[in-house]
Design a protein around this ligand. Structure first.
Ligand SMILES: [Zn+2]
Length: 406
């Protein structure tokens, strides 16, 4: 009795290990694989069967094309965009070994946006196109080294509708060199040059992931610390990421040996080391000239204010995701998420962090953070962290990072 019932169910229920694709009279099965976002199928295995081209359009970004309709997907992002609008996905696509996995739960909305006569039956897990067709070739280069120009979908417009804008702040600049190193090195590196190069790479990496970017500086100029946050607020950023290079305290036993990366959010410094970094980065204020940070020390007052700030928790979450992502690629040790009273973070009213990408005083680390390849790796890690943070935040609240921006 029970056996017969189970058998009947087995016949009626769709197979749970594959998606069937029916084009005209031809049937094909595509395997369902597990992904971080639930059961999924390979985009390049599935979509070309129903006349949808899949193109890699930069790191973590893919464009589906059917006729004159395009849909841009971003690794880890629970949203997608046509040329004119963005829309939510039930679950984000994810990359595995260069292949894009699209969750079954998101197929319905994608198929409907791609238009035409394709239909998706979620219950039967069946993708149907009434007409016979020759499958289109998938032009996918995993981890595309040369982003496909054919995918002329403007990266920034893709997610502008989702209100995701990241403010990238290259630390120091102009007469403010920041730290210099390495200790005992033959050539001298300046922090302001490394932060600018990494910030430019970060801006490119964020844009390629469909995010809008504002940079506080793009040249070797001085921007007052208080103005950096102001720029971020005026441009209505959702996240503020300040890039810096650490320096060892010369009084340490072997200062040249200090290595590693750390990410700060704004709060009161709790340890001696946090106070050291805050003091070092806040030194820049002496280059700011006669600004409104002149009388007394408004930092304490603002800090008190900021401690109540709703973004404190978010900033510490963002810092944690960045540390985690950097930990996957950085040759140096993780020095953890830290907190201190940075002036540059005081004036920005959004989740804000300051990333010390490594020690410019350590010869090996100075070489890594000043090499274009190292800078690119750091930029990719921080950009992935921003996407991951924004995706999680959206899923938690169903809102944009700042609860809606006009
Ligand atoms: Zn700095």
């Amino acid at each position: 009795m029970v056996g017969a019932l189970l058998l009947a169910l087995a016949i009626a229920a769709p197979r749970d290990d594959s998606v069937s694709v029916r084009v005209g009279t031809r049937d094909t099965s595509i395997a369902i694989v597990a992904s971080a976002a639930g059961p999924a199928v390979s985009a390049t295995a599935l979509f070309p069967l129903v006349g949808v081209r899949v193109d890699a359009a930069g790191p973590g970004r893919f464009v589906l094309t059917r006729g004159d309709v395009t849909v841009t997907l971003v690794d880890g992002a629970p949203w997608a965009a046509t040329r004119t609008m963005s829309f939510s996905l039930a679950a984000p696509p994810t990359l595995r070994a260069g292949a894009l996995l699209v969750p079954i739960a998101s197929l319905g909305v994608l198929v409907s946006r791609l238009g035409g006569d394709i239909t998706w039956d979620a219950e039967r897990r069946e993708l149907t196109e009434p007409r016979e067709r020759v499958p289109v070739a998938a032009a996918v280069a995993p981890r595309a080294s040369a982003p496909s120009r054919a995918a002329a979908v403007p990266a920034t417009s893709a997610l502008r509708a989702s209100n995701h804008r990241v403010v990238v702040d290259a630390g120091h600049g102009g007469p403010d060199n920041g730290m210099h190193g390495p200790i005992g090195g033959r050539i001298t590196l300046y922090e302001k040059d490394i932060t600018l190069a990494v910030s430019k790479q970060l801006a490119a990496a964020l844009r390629s992931r469909g995010l809008d970017v504002v940079m506080t500086r793009t040249t070797d100029t001085l921007i007052a610390l208080s103005d950096r946050g102001r720029i971020a607020n005026q441009r209505k950023g959702d996240l503020f990421i300040s890039i810096h290079v650490n320096a060892a305290n010369p009084h340490w036993k072997s200062p040249g040996a200090a290595r590693g990366f750390e990410t700060y959010f704004l709060s009161e410094a709790k340890t001696e080391d946090e106070r050291r970094v805050a003091k070092m980065e806040n030194e820049s204020v002496r280059f700011d000239g006669d600004t409104d940070v002149g009388k007394g020390d408004p930092l304490d007052f603002l800090l008190t204010d900021m401690l109540q700030n709703e973004h404190l928790r978010e900033s510490s979450d963002l810092a944690a995701v960045i540390q985690q992502r950097l930990g996957r690629m950085h040759p140096g040790p993780s020095r953890g998420v830290k907190q201190a009273g940075f002036r540059v973070l005081v004036t920005s009213f959004m989740p804000s962090v300051l990333v010390e990408i490594g020690f410019g005083t350590n010869p090996a680390e100075a070489a890594f953070i000043s090499s274009p390849a190292g800078q690119r790796e750091i930029a990719d890690a921080v950009a992935d962290a921003a996407v991951e943070y924004l995706s999680h935040y959206e899923r938690r609240t169903g809102a944009s990072a700042t609860g809606g921006r006009q």
